[in-house]
Ligand binder design. Structure first.
Ligand SMILES: [Zn+2]
Length: 214
């Protein structure tokens, strides 16, 4: 994985974490397939569910996993091993595009349905701009100013605990806070930032007030 697969496909940290999780629960248990729901995947990887399913789609486009079936119980995935993936790439005339494919597609190259229905508003630039403006261009948690392309939307109540994609449950966050927060509640995460002296007592109080008003 580390020597050949990850560098040749330029897998991101999130994609690597998801891939390792999927391999553990399929091939290392003697099966080619695994059934996952969006929330399982989010809880297991420590990502919010929309981010987890986004990276699952990018893994499918890089032909690391294949979607076999989608149902109310989640997606049935075939998980390929590094040697199978690399051998497949060598014979694929489209390998260059696959490596760099990042655009959203409704169906993959084999005509299979995409992973999950997109929550369009959640990824829309307008929705993101609205949340960024509401949060004054700062990370909701650590209050650092956010730079374009270096921030994300974070679920205050994690999606795997039933938190919705609505604006009242979503804040602008820097990538390190989003990553570290994982499935922690927003209140516990803010208190942790206070303990690390990233927030002053007054800032913590104002954050908690905002949280309660959301
Ligand atoms: Zn932050």
């Amino acid at each position: 994985m580390e020597d050949v697969l990850f560098p040749s496909l330029r897998l991101s940290t999130h994609e690597r974490a998801l891939y390792v999780h999927l391999v553990r629960h399929s091939r290392l248990e003697g099966r080619r397939t695994v059934r996952v729901s969006r929330n399982d995947l989010a809880c297991a990887s420590g990502l919010c569910s929309s981010t987890a399913r986004h990276y699952l789609r990018t893994l499918a486009r890089k032909q690391v996993v294949r979607f076999l079936e989608r149902s109310g119980r989640g997606c049935l995935l075939e998980v390929l091993l590094p040697n199978e993936i690399v051998a497949g790439l060598a014979h694929s005339p489209a390998s260059k595009e696959l490596v760099f494919a990042v655009r959203e597609v409704a169906r993959d190259s084999a005509g299979q349905p995409r992973a999950w229905p997109r929550t369009d508003h959640f990824r829309s630039p307008r929705f993101r701009a609205r949340i960024l403006k509401r949060d004054a261009g700062q990370c909701f948690y650590c209050l650092r100013p956010l730079r374009p392309g270096e921030w994300t939307l974070d679920h205050v109540n994690p999606a795997c605990r039933g938190g919705s994609d609505a604006a009242s449950n979503v804040v602008a966050s820097c990538i390190p806070c989003n990553w570290e927060k994982g499935q922690t509640s927003a209140e516990d995460f803010l208190r942790g930032l206070r303990r690390k002296k990233i927030l002053s007592p007054a800032q913590l109080r104002s954050r908690l007030r905002r949280l309660r008003s959301m």
